[in-house]
Design a protein around this ligand. Structure first.
Ligand code: APR
Ligand code: PHB
Length: 397
């Protein structure tokens, strides 16, 4: 068994682990990242693609925003569509901010390239098997190239996603789980066809929710609400386009052009929060600690917000020998997490059809959307949350 030492051992090379390692590197704090999948796998995994302005600022100010600035699509608003009509929520006018559409795997590629460029440790196909000693002497055991290895470190960052090994390490009874399951999923596609709108469209329809998003001027990303146990085989391409056209239709003849679909998948809808997000010297970040339903695209942004909090805490610890910010990690992260749960949950219930909903509920959905799009106060609330709430504490980047 080989043994190495570092300051922060990071499990997982998703957006959380990679951003954390990058920000720590810029502060002179060493880390090693372990990722169980290959580089190709993490660089091609299809996920959401909306970045809050605060997330864009962190990436750009920390020197990994070159391509994001060039290729990211900046949007000053979104459309809410219902009852055959579209209504634009103008973020720029209401709150003076915007969002950027840039796929999560592109963020991941940029962070990996930066890390390899400055030669810091990032091990692919290295699976963490066990984390231990979080009270006094943290260690991570992992498998790489058919052999066992061990990292000894000051802190462990569990950035290993919802199915990772770090959260289950918390002793039974010391972790509170708050959970909500939704009785539907999203069927998502990527299609080689220019987006039918230059901004995102969230559409509420009697047959269910639909979302038009994009990845580039040539590639559309579209979603349909479907049953939670939906079988993709029941959805040939023609049926998907037909259903999208029905749910996106407007009275003034909106046209949705189809094109070759090159990726299809089902995203389950779940809300999940684990508390606390730390025990001893072990911290949970991103999907390892919380999942939001995807309506509002908060997942990656919340992961980056956790990273911001932990980076500040670790900098205070290493530079000024202060523990206070680290001790407040859970509290600081969860304040934002719960606000994002509230927002994503609200967007989800407003825009989806729940099983057994009657005509009364349908009218309530329409009234709520009419209110949100018609009242400046309500539109501002949506805009303020969508572009990302301000951070409670000043950041380093
Ligand atoms: N050893 C090493 N790596 C692991 C292990 C393990 N035992 N378990 C999990 N991993 C890796 C996974 O392979 C994955 O690449 O941890 C990584 C976790 O990354 P993500 O799932 O992307 O989670 P996170 O970085 O928190 O990103 C949050 O991702 O799922 C989206 O909507 C979510 O956008 C949000 C973002
Ligand atoms: C996406 O582009 O993948 C996307 C956009 C908005 C959402 C969710 C996902 O709310």
């Amino acid at each position: 068994m080989t043994r190495i030492r570092t300051q922060v051992g990071i499990v997982g090379a998703g957006p959380a682990g990679l951003t954390l390692a990058h920000l720590l590197h810029l502060q002179g704090i060493e880390s090693v990242i372990l990722e169980r999948h290959s580089r190709e796998y993490v660089e091609t995994r299809v996920r959401a693609g909306v970045l809050e302005q605060g997330t864009v600022d962190i990436l750009c100010n920390s020197g990994v925003g070159e391509r994001l600035k060039r290729e990211g699509l900046q949007h000053g608003g979104v459309e809410l569509r219902f009852d055959g009509k579209g209504h634009r929520i103008d973020f720029q006018e209401l709150v003076g901010k915007s969002i950027t559409v840039y796929a999560q795997q592109e963020v991941v590629k940029d962070l990996i390239a930066a890390r390899l460029c400055y030669g810091a440790p990032l091990r692919f196909e290295a699976e963490a098997i066990r984390v231990e000693g979080y009270d006094a002497d943290p260690k991570i055991q992992y498998q790489h190239g058919g052999e066992s290895h061990e990292i000894s470190c000051d802190f462990i960052a569990g950035c290993d996603g919802f199915h990772g090994i770090c959260r289950p390490t918390f002793p039974e009874g010391q972790l509170q789980i708050h959970e909500r399951h939704y009785p539907f999923s999203w069927l998502g596609i990527l299609a080689r066809v220019p987006p039918a709108s230059h901004e995102l469209i969230y559409s509420y329809h009697e047959r269910g929710f639909a979302l038009l998003s994009m990845r580039s001027p040539e590639v559309s990303r579209l979603y349909l609400q479907c049953a939670s146990d939906e079988d993709l085989n029941n959805w040939p391409d023609d049926r998907i386009w037909e259903e999208l056209r029905t749910r996106m239709a407007t009275r003034d003849g909106f046209k949705l052009k189809d094109g070759p679909i090159f990726q299809k998948g089902i995203t389950p809808m779940r809300a999940f929060v684990a508390s606390p997000m730390q025990i001893g010297n072990l911290f949970l970040l991103g999907d390892a600690a919380h999942i939001v339903p995807p309506t509002g695209a908060k997942g990656l942004n919340l992961a980056v917000a956790d990273v911001r909090v932990l980076t500040r805490g670790l900098v205070e610890f290493y530079k000024h020998k202060k523990h206070q910010a680290l001790a407040q990690f859970t509290e600081r992260c969860l304040r934002r997490v719960w606000k994002c749960q509230r927002f994503s949950g609200w967007m989800t219930s407003m825009l989806h059809r729940f099983p057994q909903e009657d005509s009364f509920s349908h009218q309530i959905h329409l009234a709520e959307l009419d209110y949100v799009t018609g009242s400046r106060a309500a539109s501002t609330t949506l805009a303020e949350n969508y572009v990302g709430l301000p951070f409670d504490t000043p950041g380093l980047f």
